[in-house]
Write a protein that binds this ligand. Structure first.
Ligand code: HEC
Ligand code: HEC
Length: 229
């Protein structure tokens, strides 16, 4: 766990440098706050008693979330992401992005604004400790094509098995339809005809890697990702 967390933080900075994202004072403050929460998560996860309590508290705190994301973070709705097995670094990042409106979704923005520091820690610990249970229908031909694309482009950041150990989003077993929506959102952000208020999600790295993907390639990737156990 300790190793994962260190890789997360330095990985994020290294990527920011490699991919030209500037790190301003506000980003720096965000990074420091996340680093602090991540080390708290690491500390709680390392102590069986504290971990048990955090999972219990987290479970109570997410009772409302389960209507959409499933009680154990396995979503039964194709357009809603699984949270089970997601890594804490990515979860914390998304809470911030929703809370300050950089990622747009009405329900999630409203909810994320209410999270206390304790909520963020307990919720992250609860979901990251749940298992993903893939049960989607996979088009095997598309998945095979998706695997080739994944191995040539995506695994560099999301890991060879798509489990996002380095702190990038875990993709393995994720909802197919949600993947398609997310990838198209990143890809289409730069399209001139799109109005700024329609930009739901931005990320310089994901915008670059999706720029040249066709709809067919996105579907292939989604089938492969959904099939990874
Ligand atoms: C009414 C349905 C609904 C409820 C209730 C809900 N969510 Fe969500 N959540 C969504 C949708 C839809 C998305 C995807 C938004 C998007 O496409 O960007 C999402 C995305 C997320 C993400 C980002 C996941 C990813 O893979 O990018 C996190 C984290 C999250 N929700 C956590 C929560 C938590 C914690 C709660 C409870 C406090 C909650 N959600 C309650 C619908 C819901
Ligand atoms: C240079 C590193 C990098 C590469 C290469 C990369 N990604 Fe990502 N990916 C990221 C980062 C960083 C995020 C989180 C962005 C955010 O917060 O919106 C992300 C997020 C995502 C998400 C959203 C996950 C969720 O749960 O909402 C999907 C889907 C995704 N990537 C798929 C892919 C696919 C498919 C490829 C290959 C075509 C790929 N990525 C290649 C860095 C990368």
């Amino acid at each position: 766990m300790a190793k994962t967390i260190t890789t997360v933080i330095s990985g994020g900075l290294v990527t920011a440098l490699l991919f030209g994202a500037s790190v301003n004072a506000q980003d720096q403050a965000h990074l420091q706050e996340r680093e602090r929460l991540l080390s708290l998560i690491e500390e709680v996860n390392g102590d069986p008693e504290k971990r048990r309590i955090a999972i219990r508290e987290g479970h109570q705190r997410v009772s409302f979330c389960s209507n959409c994301h499933g009680d154990d973070g396995n979503s039964k709705r194709p357009k809603i992401p699984n949270l089970a097995g997601q890594n804490p670094a990515y979860l914390l990042e998304q809470f911030d992005l929703f809370a300050d409106g950089r990622r747009k979704d009405f329900v999630m923005q409203t909810l994320a604004k209410e999270f206390t520091m304790e909520d963020k820690i307990n919720i992250s610990i609860y979901f990251s400790n749940q298992d993903v249970m893939p049960d989607q229908e996979i088009d095997l031909l598309k998945a095979r094509h998706g695997k080739e694309l994944f191995e040539s482009v995506c695994q560099f950041c999301h890991g060879a098995d798509g489990k996002g150990e380095a702190g990038y989003a875990r993709l393995a077993g994720q909802q197919k339809e949600f993947m398609i929506i997310a990838l198209k959102r990143y890809r289409d952000n730069s399209k001139a005809e799109l109005r700024p208020q329609e930009v739901r999600r931005t990320d310089v790295r994901m915008e670059r890697v999706t720029q040249h993907l066709t709809d067919q390639e996105i579907e292939a990737l989604a089938n492969y990702i959904a099939s990874i156990e």
